[in-house]
Each structure stands twice: as C-alpha cells, then as structure tokens.
Design a protein around this ligand. Structure first.
Ligand SMILES: CC(C)(COP(=O)(O)OP(=O)(O)OC[C@H]1O[C@@H](n2cnc3c(N)ncnc32)[C@H](O)[C@@H]1OP(=O)(O)O)[C@@H](O)C(=O)NCCC(=O)NCCS
Length: 297
C-alpha cells in the first residue's frame, strides 16, 4: 500500500524500507561524503562530486548482466555494444604522455565492434586537455553543459503541483514509451534491475497525470551525494510544472535518505528548472561522442 510521505503530493509506492547506509552515501568514508554529512561542500568539492557521482551511475549500469565493464587504473568504461545502456567512458586519469595512446586503445575496442563510444569529461578528468585528445581521435563534443549542485538543507518552498499530477516513488517504473524496440526493452529492464540492486543506490520517481505516467527521474546515491538523472517529461505535457514537481520530490527523497547535497548535469532545457529549485552551476560537464548518433541517450 502507498505510504504517504511528509511532503504533500509525494506518495511512496516503494515496498522496501529506504536504507540510508549505502556505498558513497552520507555515512561513507570518502572525504566528500564525511564533509557532506558535516556541512555544505565547497564549490570545488561539489564540482568533483558531479563527475564522481556520474561515474558511480555508470558503474551501477555496468552491473547489468549484458554489460561489459572495464575498471582500468586510469579510466572506467562500460560497453554494451549497440544497445542500452550507451557505451560510456568516465573518470579518465591519464598523464599528458599516456592520454593519446589510452584514448586510442579504448576507442579501438568500440571500432572493432563498429559501435559508438561516449565519453564523459568533467573537472576530475585528467589531463585537463583530454578533450583535445578526444577531438584528435574523431570524437565530437555533443553537449557542453552546466554541472550543478544544491544544498538539500535549503530547498525552497516547492511550487504547487499541477492539478491532477502525482509524483510517486516506484520500484518498477512504468515505461513512458511503448516497448517496441530491443533498446527500449533493455532500458526498461535495466532501470528496474538497478532499483533492485543491493545495497540500494537507485530510486525511480514517476509523475502521473490523471493516472497516466507522463514523466520520470532517478536518484542515484554515490560519491557522498545524491545525483539526479534522466529527468524527462513527455513533450505534450511539458511547461506546466511537472518537471519541477518531479525534481522537487527527488530532492526531498534524497534528503529523507540522509543526504545533504544533490548534483546533476543540466541540459539547456532543464537548467532554469533546476536553478529555481536551488541548484547552482559549479562546473562544466562535456559529453563527447565517436560514431553514429543513435546511442546519444
Ligand atoms: C527539462 C524538462 C524535464 C522540464 O519539464 P517540464 O515539465 O516542462 O518542466 P516545468 O513545467 O516544471 O518547467 C519548464 C518551464 O515551464 C514553465 N512553466 C511551469 N508551469 C507553467 C505553467 N503552468 N504555464 C506556463 N509555463 C509554465 C516553467 O516556468 C519553466 O520555464 P523556463 O524553463 O522558461 O524557466 C522537459 O523539458 C524535458 O523532458 N526535456 C527533455 C529531456 C531533458 O532535457 N531533460 C533534462 C535533463 S538535465
């Protein structure tokens, strides 16, 4: 049965207790985590947390049974071939001397299978000109966006939720789109599986309008902060406050789990929504791609 949370209009359908002690959670021993538990992070720490949390998000997806994971000393990358989740490289920690060779080695693995390679670059990635090495190998920067952070102790009063809209915490998120392709089916299956992984780090929220699912987002705990991912509202239901209600509910859920800080990488469409909810830009995140367009999301 749905347990009503303290926040109005935010119902929980989760059948399991929400455990705060998770890897990279507020009780973890990482410097950012203990600092997060003790007080607000500096902008520099927040910037690092944006990229470290996104790497944790990739690491979790790499636990899906059809995904190959490479946890190299100087980079981590998941490889799913030509399906969901998209192939992703993160946390490059190359030296100026090794960068060119390592980009080439990781890219070669993708080229052999003739699939796209996506590469996330943020403030932690090394060397600082890793983008130049990616460009030299034929990558293009697809999105250069704001990495944002917010203090969950200072959430603004939420705007009234749009009429007929409810935001729920769900263990099995409904699909917003018909599951007509293998890629969509694996995404659906993967998202469900990630919310069942133990210890739990992933929570999905869905927005429904008059009972019909119209929007979704996900909270991923890692690196001592709560990352917000996959904020999406179906196009014809946008610009009526549903995205704001979803993210607000996600932030309140992260806070209820004991977290004090949230991070995300904002697209242009989302940035104003997040700023109104208390997020501020702390860094830039770049999403590079080699290969065809299909694996962009
Ligand atoms: C980003 C996204 C989730 C926002 O969802 P949304 O439901 O449209 O969000 P909201 O309605 O809360 O806010 C969007 C805008 O509508 C405005 N708005 C909200 N309620 C409104 C209303 N009743 N009447 C008119 N405008 C309204 C908001 O002020 C906001 O304006 P701004 O962006 O110019 O500042 C949605 O555009 C989307 O799914 N985009 C594609 C995926 C994407 O980019 N996701 C973000 C990943 S970081």
């Amino acid at each position: 049965m749905a347990a009503k949370s303290k926040d109005t209009n935010f119902r929980s359908r989760s059948r399991r207790p929400l455990a705060p002690a998770v890897p990279g959670g507020p009780t973890s021993r990482s410097p950012a985590a203990s600092k997060d538990a003790a007080g607000a992070l500096s902008d520099e720490e927040l910037a690092a947390a944006v990229e470290l949390n996104s790497a944790e998000w990739i690491r979790l997806k790499s636990r899906l049974p059809w995904v190959e994971f490479h946890d190299d000393d100087d980079a981590l990358w998941l490889f799913a071939g030509d399906t969901w989740p998209q192939n992703s490289v993160a946390l490059a920690r190359f030296t100026p001397a090794s960068a060119n060779r390592r980009v080439g080695e990781i890219l070669a693995h993708h080229q052999r299978s003739k699939v796209a390679c996506n590469w996330v670059v943020g403030p932690v990635s090394q060397p600082s000109d890793v983008g130049q090495h990616l460009r030299a190998h034929g990558f293009r920067c697809m999105i250069h966006c704001a990495g944002m952070g917010c203090d969950l102790d200072r959430l603004p009063q939420p705007p009234p939720a749009p009429k007929g809209v409810h935001v729920d915490l769900v263990d099995s998120p409904p699909a917003l789109q018909a599951l007509t392709t293998e890629r969509r089916r694996l995404r659906h299956e993967g998202r469900n599986a990630m919310a069942r992984m133990e210890p739990r780090q992933v929570w999905h929220l869905v927005a429904s309008l008059d009972g019909q699912p119209v929007g979704e987002t996900t909270v991923c705990l890692g690196a001592g902060v709560a990352g917000i991912y996959g904020v999406e509202v179906l196009e014809k239901f946008r610009r009526r406050g549903i995205g704001t209600a979803l993210v607000d509910a996600a932030l309140r859920h992260a806070r209820a789990l004991g977290h004090r800080t949230s991070v995300l990488a904002a697209t242009g469409m989302g940035q104003c929504v997040y700023a109104r909810l208390g997020f501020r830009e702390v860094c830039k995140m770049s999403f590079w791609k080699y290969g065809k367009m299909r694996q962009i999301t």
